[in-house]
Design a protein around this ligand. Structure first.
Ligand code: ADP
Ligand code: ZN
Length: 299
C-alpha cells in the first residue's frame, strides 16, 4: 500500500450484525469482516481480532469511525460517552463500546462515535445519493425505524440524538379495518405503525411476501409520507433518503412520493420529488462507508 496514505478503520455496529473494515478511501475497503452481533465481549473480541490482522497487513490504523445501533451516548462531553444506553439487547445496555475498542487496540487511535444512521447519512453525503447536500436525512425502515441527519454538513445530535421512529402518527389503520401498532411505548408512532414487524403483524405475512398491489403498500406509503412531511416541516432538509429492508419493496418509493405530494398540499417549494425523496445509492453499504468516512473526518 502507499505508505503515506493513512489507514482508516470503520465499524458498522448493528443490532443484528457487525461489519468491520479498513480502507484508505472509505468507499473502497481493503479488508472487511462481518459477523453476527453476540454478547458485547464476544463481539468486541472478534472486531479486535479483525483489526489486529488488518494492521499486520496494512500497518497502523490512524483513525476509526463507529456507527452504532442505539440509543447511544454520542456526546463527547458526557461522562458516559461511547456507551450503549437503554437497549433491550441482552448485555449491551450500559456497555461502553468505545472504551472496550480502545482498550483492545495496542496503539491509541482517535475514534469517532455516531449512531448507525448518522454514519449512513455521512456515507451517502460523501459517496452516495446526497453528494454536495449540506442538510441530509437518512431514514431506515427495517426492524425498527431510525433517522440520521447531516445538518449544515455535520451530524446532528441534540440533547441525545433524534429518534424519528417514535414521532407520533395519526391512526390510518382504521381506514383499512386494522389496528396495528408494535411499539411497546406509544399508542401510535411511526415505528409502531410502519416498521417491518408492523407490516408483518398487520397482514400476517412478511413484507417481502406481500405482492406489489397489496393494500399493505398503500397504507405503508401513507405513514412514510407523513413521516417525511413532518421532517420537512420541522427541519427543512435538502433531501430525505429512505432505505432499509422494507424499502426493497418494488415501487414503494414511488408510492411514498405520490402520497407526499398529496399531503404536502403544494405548501413547500421543494426539488423534484425524484430527488427530494430517494432510496440510498449505497444501499446496504451506506453504514460501513459512513463509518470509514467518519474516521477520515478525524484526520
Ligand atoms: P434491520 O433493520 O434489522 O437492520 P433490514 O433493514 O434488512 O434489517 O430490515 C428488515 C425488515 O425488512 C424485515 O422486517 C423484513 O420483513 C423487511 N423486508 C425485507 N425485504 C423486504 C421486501 N422486499 N419488502 C418489504 N419488506 C421487506
Ligand atoms: Zn414508539
Amino acid at each position: 500500500m502507499e505508505s503515506n496514505t493513512p489507514l482508516l478503520a470503520g465499524i458498522e455496529a448493528g443490532g443484528t450484525k457487525y461489519v468491520c473494515a479498513v480502507a484508505q478511501t472509505p468507499s473502497e475497503p481493503l479488508m472487511e469482516a462481518r459477523f453476527p452481533t453476540g454478547s458485547p465481549e464476544d463481539t468486541v473480541r472478534q472486531a479486535i481480532e479483525f483489526f489486529r490482522e488488518a494492521m499486520a497487513n496494512y500497518g497502523p490504523i490512524r483513525a476509526m469511525g463507529i456507527g452504532t445501533f442505539g440509543p447511544a451516548d454520542i456526546n463527547p462531553r458526557s461522562p458516559g460517552y461511547g456507551g450503549i444506553l437503554t437497549t433491550p439487547k441482552e448485555g449491551w445496555a450500559g456497555f461502553n463500546l468505545v472504551n472496550a475498542i480502545r482498550e483492545g487496540l495496542d496503539e491509541p487511535v482517535p475514534i469517532a462515535f455516531e449512531t448507525d444512521v448518522n454514519a449512513a447519512a455521512i456515507g451517502e453525503a460523501e459517496f452516495g445519493a446526497g453528494i454536495h447536500l449540506r442538510n441530509l436525512c437518512y431514514v431506515t425502515v427495517g426492524t425498527g425505524i431510525g433517522g440520521g441527519f447531516l445538518h449544515d454538513g455535520l451530524p446532528l445530535h441534540g440533547r441525545m440524538h433524534p429518534e424519528i421512529g417514535h414521532m407520533m402518527m395519526p391512526d390510518l389503520d382504521a381506514e383499512y379495518g386494522k389496528n396495528t401498532n408494535v411499539c411497546p411505548f406509544h399508542e401510535s408512532c411511526l415505528e409502531g405503525r410502519a416498521s417491518g414487524p408492523a407490516i408483518e403483524a398487520r397482514w400476517e405475512a412478511a413484507g417481502g411476501d406481500l405482492p406489489e398491489d397489496h393494500p399493505a403498500w398503500d397504507l405503508e406509503a401513507k405513514y412514510l409520507a407523513l413521516g417525511a412531511i413532518n421532517l420537512t416541516a420541522a427541519w427543512s432538509p435538502d433531501a430525505i433518503l429512505i432505505g432499509g429492508g422494507v424499502m426493497q419493496q418494488y415501487g414503494l418509493i414511488d408510492r411514498v412520493r405520490r402520497e407526499f405530494e398529496t399531503l404536502a398540499g403544494g405548501y413547500w417549494s421543494l426539488p423534484p420529488l425524484e430527488l427530494y425523496l430517494q432510496t440510498p445509492a449505497l444501499d446496504q453499504r451506506a453504514g460501513i462507508v459512513g463509518a470509514l468516512s467518519l474516521a477520515r473526518r478525524l484526520l
